[in-house]
Design a protein around this ligand. Structure first.
Ligand code: UFG
Length: 328
C-alpha cells in the first residue's frame, strides 16, 4: 500500500487517481486544510489528520503495510509564505520532521517528495539543471529546500531512500473533467485566465510587462499534472528496483510567456480574453524553464502533453464542468 500525504490536494488527488488506475492500493492522509474530501478517489482509504501528529503516523504505519510514501502535504503559496514564514516552516519543515521520524522508526525506506522550482530562486541560466545553485527568494522555496536536505541526511543515517521531484508550473486536469485545480484563494495563472470566459472576472491582470523577455512578460515551463503523476509512479518503481535516489526537475523544457498563455487560452475557449497591465509581483523570476534530461535518462520519463493548448483544454474541461470547484 502507498501512503499519499496530501492526497486530497490538487496534485495529490490526481496521483491517487493514477495509483488506483494502475492497480496500486492507496491510503490518503490529509488534514483538509486546503485539500478537498470530494477529490479523494472512492477506492482509496482516507484518514483525516495532520502529518505533524506523530500518533496519526504511528497508527497508520502500525496498522497498514505501507511500502512507499508520496509526500504532497505542504503549504504552497509563495506570496503567503513571505507574510507568514513561521507557518510555512512549522507546516512544511515540521511535517517532514514528523514523517521522516515515523518512517525511520517503522523501518520504511521509500519516499517520493513534491519539491519545486522555487528552490532555485532567480536562475543564472535556463534551462535549469538539478545541480545549479539553489538560492530561494521566498520562505516557501526555502522550506522545500530544507526538506530536501533533511531527506538527504536522514537517508544517510537511517536508509530512507528518496526521490525529490522539483516541479515547474503544474497545470491542467484529469482529461475527463472530474478532477482539477481548486485553490482558495486561487493565485495560479491558468485558472485565473479561465475565470474570464467563465464570467467570473472581467479581465486577467498581467503582472509586469517590462521583463527582459521577448514580449516583456514572465516565461514559465508548464507541465501537465498527469505527466507529473506518471513521473511519481516511475520514481516509486525506480526505488522499488533499488535505484539510487536524488533530485529531478519535472518540466516540459518549453517556456511560454504570460501573453502567450493568454493567446493559447483564447484559442482553446474560442473567444477574446481581455487583459489589464498590473505591477510586477514581488519575487517573480523573469524565466523559469527546466532541463528534464535527468528524469528522461534515469526515470525514462517524457511529458506526453507537449501542446500548451492541450494542457489548457483539460483545465478548461474541469472549470467549465465545476465553475465552483469542489464547492464544499
Ligand atoms: N501571473 C499573472 N497574472 C496573474 C497570475 C499570475 O501575470 O493573475 C503571472 C505570474 O506573475 C507569473 C506567471 O503568471 O509570471 C505564473 O504565475 P503562477 O502564480 O501561476 O505560478 P508561479 O510561477 O508564480 O508559481 C509556480 C508554482 C509555485 C512555485 C513556483 C516556482 O505555483 O508553487 O512556480 O517559482 F513555487
Amino acid at each position: 500500500m502507498i501512503l499519499v500525504c496530501g492526497g486530497a490536494g490538487y496534485i495529490g488527488s490526481h496521483m491517487v487517481h493514477e495509483l488506483v488506475r494502475r492497480g496500486e492500493e492507496a491510503l490518503v492522509l490529509d488534514n483538509l486544510r486546503s485539500g478537498h474530501r470530494a477529490a479523494v478517489h472512492p477506492k482509496a482509504r482516507f484518514v483525516q489528520g495532520d502529518i505533524r501528529d506523530r500518533a496519526v503516523l504511528d497508527n497508520i504505519f502500525s496498522r497498514h503495510d505501507i511500502e512507499a510514501v508520496i509526500h504532497f502535504a505542504a503549504s504552497s503559496l509563495v506570496g503567503e509564505s513571505v507574510v507568514k514564514p513561521l507557518e510555512y516552516f512549522d507546516n512544511n519543515v515540521g511535517g517532514m520532521q514528523s514523517l521522516l521520524a515515523a518512517m525511520a522508526a517503522h523501518g520504511r525506506d521509500k519516499l517520493v517528495f513534491s519539491s519545486t522550482a522555487a528552490v532555485y530562486g532567480e536562475p543564472e541560466r535556463v534551462p535549469i539543471l538539478e545541480d545549479d545553485p539553489t538560492r530561494p527568494t521566498n520562505p516557501y522555496g526555502e522550506s522545500k529546500l530544507i526538506m530536501e536536505k533533511m531527506m538527504q541526511w536522514v537517508s544517510q543515517a537511517h536508509g530512507v531512500r528518496f526521490v525529490s521531484l522539483r516541479y515547474f508550473n503544474v497545470a491542467g486536469a484529469l482529461p475527463d473533467g472530474s478532477l482539477g485545480e481548486d485553490h482558495r484563494p486561487e493565485t495560479h495563472l491558468i485558472p485565473l485566465i479561465l475565470q474570464v470566459p467563465l464570467g467570473r472576472r472581467a479581465r486577467i491582470g498581467i503582472f509586469g510587462d517590462d521583463y527582459d523577455t521577448p514580449d516583456g512578460t514572465c516565461i514559465r515551463d508548464y507541465i501537465h499534472v498527469m505527466d507529473l503523476t506518471d513521473a511519481h509512479q516511475r520514481a516509486i518503481d525506480h526505488l522499488r528496483r533499488g535505484g539510487e535516489g536524488g533530485v529531478f526537475n519535472l518540466g516540459s523544457a518549453q517556456g511560454f510567456s504570460v501573453r502567450e498563455m493568454i493567446s493559447a487560452a483564447e484559442r482553446v475557449v474560442g473567444r477574446p480574453i481581455p487583459t489589464a497591465p498590473e505591477a510586477r509581483r514581488a519575487g517573480d523570476p523573469a524565466r523559469l524553464v527546466a532541463s528534464a534530461a535527468k528524469a528522461a535518462k534515469i526515470l525514462g520519463w517524457q511529458p506526453r502533453y507537449t501542446s500548451i493548448e492541450d494542457v489548457i483544454s483539460t483545465a478548461w474541461a474541469w472549470h467549465q464542468s465545476h465553475p465552483d470547484g469542489y464547492a464544499e
